[in-house]
Write a new protein. Structure first.
Length: 306
């Protein structure tokens, strides 16, 4: 048995197989059987000294339980180090109690995962009021990777009009919007957002005239209900944008919303493969291969091809 193996849930087998091939290690699926009453029976074998768990935590509730049970089995059967690769990290948006009595999910999930794994690797976690990913996971290693290098590489390959303006939908998007624009050597702008509810937001721009006649690349980290993306696209269309294309890190929205995005003026939507989605067009494999180099021990040499 290799010193390092990859484990995944069946829903992530395709992504995990490709990553295992790049890393030169074996991959195994975690078996999760659901009883009629909803309880799970989880089987995770084999337990290598270092076991990497690749589990995107979209639609997270059953996955979290499966992860807990798998970690218990792996530890009991000899795993000395567990590394969780969660390309999308759930329950990060609730980092404070906005109304009396609300649970702070970020703290709960952070402590839960910190109690079962030794390292967490994620991408563009929703940390808008949290200083750093280490604050979420007390006492363990944690990496919050940026998807912007992978997105920039993909856009260079497909081509980008040099007159493009990279646009973020709110002030929270400024760090990754400015990062991506810098990598692509194009201009950027950030909208002002006023949120009324999960699905109701108002979007405006300080100087809409600067957007007129320009190709727009609309960038966001997480899209679930689609309200912000649609409102921003409508504001850009009203400002006279020549074209509007969107790039997202985490596509959590239902496929049925794609037609709504189109009606709002969005010509195309591309997402990373952080969660399986019809819009997936940008692979994050290189980010994970680099981040996992230190976990390989005596495993075969890495495949350096993309």
């Amino acid at each position: 048995m290799s010193a390092t193996v990859l484990q995944c849930l069946p829903s992530s087998a395709h992504e995990t197989s490709r990553l295992a091939s790049r890393l030169g290690i074996s991959m195994h699926e975690i078996e999760a059987h659901q009883f009629p009453d909803g309880e799970l029976r989880v089987t995770a074998v084999p337990a290598a000294p270092t076991t990497i768990l690749y589990v995107p935590l979209d639609r997270p509730n059953d996955k979290l339980i499966a992860l807990l049970f798998a970690a218990e089995s792996l530890r009991r059967n000899g795993a000395q180090r567990l590394v969780l690769v969660a390309p999308y990290l759930c329950y990060m948006r609730q980092d404070a109690a906005f109304r009396t009595g609300e649970g702070i999910s970020q703290k709960v999930i952070g402590r839960l995962l910190a109690g079962i794994v030794d390292r967490v690797i994620t991408v563009d976690a929703h940390l808008h009021r949290t200083a750093k990913i280490g604050d979420v996971f007390p006492g363990i290693e944690a990496d919050n990777l940026s998807a912007m290098p992978a997105i920039a590489d993909a856009l260079r390959i497909t081509g980008l009009d040099p007159n493009t303006i990279v646009v973020g939908p709110d002030s929270e998007s400024r760090p990754w919007v400015s990062d991506l624009a810098g990598r692509l050597c194009v201009a950027h702008a950030v909208a002002r957002k006023e949120r009324h509810s999960d699905r109701s937001v108002d979007i405006g721009f300080a100087d809409p005239k600067l957007l007129a006649g320009r190709p727009i690349l609309l960038v966001d980290d997480i899209v679930s209900s689609g309200g912000t993306l649609i409102a921003c696209a409508k504001a850009l269309a009203a400002a006279g944008a020549a074209t509007i294309d969107a790039v997202l890190t985490h596509a959590l929205f239902p496929q049925s919303l794609i037609s709504d995005f189109s009606r709002a003026g969005i010509r195309s939507i591309r997402s990373t493969n952080s969660v399986p989605h019809p819009t997936n067009a940008i692979m994050l494999d290189d980010l994970f291969v680099t981040a996992l180099r230190s976990e390989l021990g005596d495993s075969p040499a890495l495949d350096k091809t993309s």
